[in-house]
Design a binder for this molecule. Sequence first.
Ligand SMILES: [Zn+2]
Length: 203
Amino acid sequence: MSLKFKKAVEYFAKLQGVGPRQATRIVVALLGWPKEEIAKFSEVVFGLAEGINLCQDCFNLSEESKCQVCSDPKRDQSKICVVEKITDLGSIEKTGLYRGLYHVLGGAIDPVEGLLPRSLRIKELLSRVENFKKNNTNGQTKELEVILATNPNTQGETTALYLEEILRPTAIKTSRLAKGLSSGSYLEYVDSITLQNAFKNRR
Ligand SMILES: [Zn+2]
């Protein structure tokens, strides 16, 4: 096997969810691409090194200071769906059902991996909640709902419980996605219908 080939497989196999066999398949497929396409692809990958801008409010990917979701006036400002990763946000957007805002935590609490609450964007979530309350003091308040859509696995559960605890003093309504998502799974791999139902039946 050529060294170039092996190196390429090694890199693709570093991606979460990609095993050595899949990595090999990807590299074989890439070898079939025209040279210009591969050049463009490597440019895109190289561009990632400069970092991608994140929305200042929800930490979604964004070219501007606010992402497309946050800057859309038609989105329901009284709902914040808390997810672990940008890919989870993508899965929920794909269902087309949810019309509120998001908050990307940047992971889940996982003491074994050294991921503690302070490594997540929890402070930022709290200040969004506080801001909502401040801007909503003039009577006809729309109640804020924070939907905890962390993964249905141990780390996700721990994170949701922690957030419920920390949001309790704010008297903000929190909800969780309905059970039915098989436990131990990841939101990003859940199919749209199941995810839609989990949203509709949240409590
Ligand atoms: Zn945003």
